[in-house]
Design a protein around this ligand. Sequence first.
Ligand code: SAM
Length: 309
Amino acid sequence: MISVVGKTVGQWGIRVPARQGEGMRQALIRDGALDSSLKLLREGTDLILPVLEEREGAAWFGFEAHPGREPLPRHELVGGIAIMQENDRGGAELLLASRPSLHTIVFAEGEVHGEYRTREFTVLAGEQTTRTTVIEHGHTFAVDLAGAYFSARLSTERQRILAQVQAGEVVLDMFAGVGPFAITLAKRASLVVASDLNPKAISLMLENLVLNRTKNVLPLLADARHLDRVLPWKFDRVVMNLPLSGTGFLQEAFRLVKPGGTIHFYSLVSVEGEHTARIQELGGTVLAERVVRSYSPAQWHAVYDVRVS
Ligand code: SAM
């Protein structure tokens, strides 16, 4: 369950100037993101609105609970599935009953692991499934949480990269999963090659290409290590979303990108500039390094936007 300290309840919150509070409250209700079991918090001229899961701009606050409304357990939403960090069947039933958009509540048995970056789950309430459908910026993604990696938290990042894609670009997504980056970028690119090592990810990607009527993504069941020897193209842009071990593939990415092209390299880091020297050694210039999200108190997921000379 969420942490209760004295009469306050720990939960994620979004801080806004008080005059924007009502607009933000309505937007969060529309998104199904407001934690209505908790009272808004006022700090000076700001309001802090409690939200059900971590999202961009959110921080951890202590809120007062509405009397008579039981606080909902902490969870992350992926389509119609809520992932809880606690194995709490009572909390799961409460959550399922409180949100009509949910069909299943699962408990994540451990961390994302292995080459396929997947996790094991136990269903705590609702339908016995780890499959669901995610709607993201007008796209529909079929996902299977136990079968292939998917993170709804990267949706802002996908839009950020899309905004940089020029019409007609040829793009490579080296670690494509079920295809959310590839399908998003295919809106502007002329071709996106989307490779992954996990057959289940590629099978879901094919479903997603059909669901989104995307005809310019080439799915490839392949180890990214071999791509520079089998692909006949050089790419305008390469997306490398394998934060724990992507560094080992940087050289392949540099071989695959055109001079003047861009690499978006995601990595788990513990100090700013951790990979700058290696990128420069390979012939790249770091255009920007930004935090995607925190991972632990001392580490965060960073993205390096790199121009290749
Ligand atoms: N980009 C996707 C997304 O945002 O949902 C998936 C990212 S996930 C962190 C990394 C993906 O890389 C996994 O789907 C995994 O199966 C794949 N992967 C791991 N090692 C690989 C390799 N050597 N070659 C190709 N894909 C690999």
